[in-house]
Ligand binder design. Structure first.
Ligand code: AP5
Ligand code: MG
Length: 192
């Protein structure tokens, strides 16, 4: 199963990807986590990405695509993957389709986690207290939501228009949301 998780910052992509990784036995690939690891390691890529991430803006498409291609060709995605945090704009969505067509591993389904803005902001405020992620400050969270609405929201239509979108209500307990996601992945029974 090759699955893309879509949703605004704080919608639960990382949380649900961890569950899906266990359930589907496929790697969880998060471009945010790959970038945070590069920043922590002080690699040239991390040095370029650091200030952009701290502002809550998007790291350049070229940098992220190169990093993702490296990850997708690491040899452990034969059974699929759960992709979290990519694509974040239409150029990335087209680049991902081109890359995965070339690798013979097209996306099966994109799952959109739907959560209203007020709840997103309160979840990230909670995480700021608990984990201290640098981009969870109120000002940066506002910019991340703005970037999502302007650049990333159109990606939902990209998958809808190609018949690969499932929308899931992301409000409720982690278990409830996980069950809703699994229900969208279950094969539709034959009728007649
Ligand atoms: P990234 O790491 O992808 O962050 P994000 O999209 O802003 O999303 P988050 O990780 O904040 O939220 P999430 O949806 O994973 O929710 P989570 O499960 O953590 O990107 C960070 C930055 O990297 C970007 O701003 C950009 O600069 C750069 N970047 C990354 N990818 C890029 C790309 N493709 N192109 C360019 N730049 C890129 O949950 C959030 C909180 O809510 C947690 O505390 C969690 O415990 C809680 N929670 C989750 N589910 C529930 C629930 N059901 N009920 C109650 N609480 C819940
Ligand atoms: Mg995340």
């Amino acid at each position: 199963m090759r699955l893309v998780l879509l949703g605004a910052p704080g919608s639960g992509k990382g949380t649900q990807a961890t569950r899906l990784r266990e359930h589907l036995q496929v790697p969880h690939i998060s471009t945010g986590e790959l970038l945070r690891a590069a920043v922590a390691a002080g690699t040239p890529l991390g040095l370029k990405a650091k200030a952009v991430m701290e502002a809550g803006s998007l790291v350049s498409d070229d940098i992220v695509l190169g990093m993702l291609e490296e990850r997708l060709t690491a040899g452990d995605t034969g059974n699929g993957f759960v992709l979290d945090g990519y694509p974040r704009n239409l150029a990335q969505a087209n680049a991902l389709d081109a890359l995965l067509t070339r690798l013979g591993q097209p996306v099966d389904i994109a799952v959109q986690l739907d959560v209203d803005t007020e709840l997103l902001v309160s979840r990230l405020a909670g995480r700021a207290q608990a984990e201290g992620r640098v981009d969870d400050s109120p000002e940066t969270v506002r910019n991340r939501q703005k970037v999502y609405n302007e650049a990333t929201a159109p990606v939902v239509d990209f998958y809808r228009n190609s018949g690969r979108l499932a929308c899931v209500d992301g409000v409720g307990s982690v278990d409830e949301v996980f069950r809703r996601i699994l229900a969208t992945l279950a094969p539709t029974p034959d009728i007649g």
